[in-house]
Structure formats: structure tokens, C-alpha cells
Write a protein that binds this ligand. Structure first.
Ligand code: C5P
Length: 234
């Protein structure tokens, strides 16, 4: 079965440029990520249009609420027919379990449910601010382990954490990694980046890539180039 490794981040404020980009891509070569900005602006209609074009969607809304509300939101996402949806692991065991149960009880093909561990924007001093004494790496491992034990399929993590999580969470656990830059690409506002090939070798399952593809003069060619670059390790 075709399982593209690249998830393209559609970080747009309206549907039109997202749909225009999708027109220039091919669903056999990538999946698409719709996050809070585009979904808040354009709603389920944009998902429907992208899915009509054959694309599988990662709905990146990072739900974090009381267990019942989070579970119902996950159920609603499943009913939209998305391929992947996520929650914050910091919501805790009851919330994670309720979300996993809601997903597995949906009638349609259930999406993959993954969790955000620590936001990579949170440094040590930010953890101290909110009363957490552990290091970011300790928190990531702790939250990834909790996520797995609650029956979710995987986590979003930095590629820098992929090797450690692959070792601790097993071969089947899905690791979705942003912060990916092909060797010659601009860093934009990312600081700790990894190349697509290095991220896969470190244990990433799927690579979230935005601007290196969405801002390219020829997005399809940029995608083909990255797929070629990672072909050797697939
Ligand atoms: O354009 P770029 O490749 O930097 O886009 C990366 C995508 O991954 C964006 O949608 C960004 O919000 C998301 N992301 C990230 N770092 C995280 C979590 C998500 O860059 N730690």
C-alpha cells in the first residue's frame, strides 16, 4: 500500500491558496496537514475539497480539554474522514484514554490518533515557569510513554528526539517530525533542523514539511526532489 512519508503543512489563512497548492501536488506523493489557522478560517469545507482531490489529511488541532470534550472532538474529526488527528499528551491519562476510546468506536475508518508531547517552543525555563522540574527530554519521554500506554498510535516530536523515542516506544509507534529542511534549503524560523533522510534514519515515521515545498517556485518538483532524497532509506 502506498504510504507517503511527507506531510505538507498547509499554513494558510484562507482556503484558496491551500487548494491552489493541492492542485499542483499529487496524493500518491504526500499527505496534507491542516492546522488551527486554516481550519478556523475555512472549516470542514476545505478538508472536504482536499479529500475530494484524493489527499489524506492530518488535522492538526492539538485538542486539550476535559476527557469528554476531547473525546467528542476526536469523534467529530473521525467523522470528517481525516487520516490523522492529534491531542496534547499534557491532558493526562484520562483524557488520552477517552480520546483513544472515542476514535476506536467510530463507525468509519478510524484516524490515527497521536499526541503532542512538549511543544518544541518550550525550553527549560518555560517548564520552570509552569512548575515542572524535569528537563524537556525527560518530559518528552514521559509523555510519549504515557501516550503509548493509553493506546494512542504515536506522537509529534522533534527529529532530535526520534532516536530516543524509537528505542523506548517500539517499532510500531508513529513518530511525526516537523523541523525538516533539505540540505540546501532556507531555515526560515526553524533553528534545530534535520534533513529528511537523517530524520528517517533517526526513526521518524512521517516528516512534516511546510515552506521548503509550499514556498518553492515549483512545489511538485520540490516534493519529488525530497522523495528522491529519501528514496534510498525507504
Ligand atoms: O514551514 P515549516 O516546514 O517550518 O512548517 C512546519 C510545520 O510544522 C508548521 O505547520 C509548524 O506549525 C509545525 N510544527 C513545527 N514545530 C513543532 C510543531 C509543529 O514546526 N514543534
Amino acid at each position: 500500500m502506498n504510504d507517503p512519508k511527507i506531510i505538507i503543512a498547509l499554513d494558510y489563512s484562507t482556503a484558496a491558496p491551500a487548494l491552489a497548492l493541492a492542485e499542483r501536488l499529487q496524493p500518491e506523493l504526500c499527505r496534507l496537514k491542516v492546522g488551527k489557522e486554516l481550519f478556523t478560517a475555512a472549516g470542514p469545507a476545505v478538508l472536504e475539497k482536499l479529500m475530494q482531490r484524493g489527499f489524506e489529511i492530518f488535522l492538526d488541532l492539538k485538542f486539550h480539554d476535559i476527557p469528554n470534550t476531547t473525546a467528542q472532538a476526536c469523534k467529530a474529526a473521525a467523522e470528517l474522514g481525516v487520516w490523522m488527528v492529534n491531542v496534547h499528551a499534557l491532558g493526562g491519562r484520562k483524557m488520552l484514554t477517552a480520546a483513544a476510546d472515542a476514535i476506536s468506536n467510530t463507525s468509519s475508518k478510524p484516524p490515527k490518533l497521536i499526541a503532542v508531547t512538549m511543544l518544541t517552543s518550550m525550553a527549560q525555563e518555560d517548564l520552570v515557569d509552569i512548575g515542572i522540574r524535569a528537563t524537556p527530554a525527560e518530559m518528552v519521554l514521559r509523555l510519549a510513554t504515557l501516550t503509548r500506554n493509553c493506546g494512542l498510535s504515536g506522537v509529534v516530536c522533534s527529529a532530535q528526539e526520534a532516536a530516543m523515542l524509537r528505542k523506548n516506544c517500539g517499532a510500531e509507534f508513529i513518530l511525526v517530525t516537523p523541523g525538516i529542511r533539505p540540505a540546501q534549503a532556507s531555515l526560515d524560523d526553524q533553528s534545530r533542523v534535520m534533513t529528511p533522510q537523517a530524520a528517517l534514519l533517526a526513526g521518524s515515521s512521517y516528516l512534516v514539511i511546510g515552506r521548503p515545498i509550499t514556498q518553492a517556485a515549483d512545489p511538485l518538483q520540490a516534493l519529488l526532489n525530497i522523495n528522491k532524497e529519501i528514496g534510498v532509506v525507504l
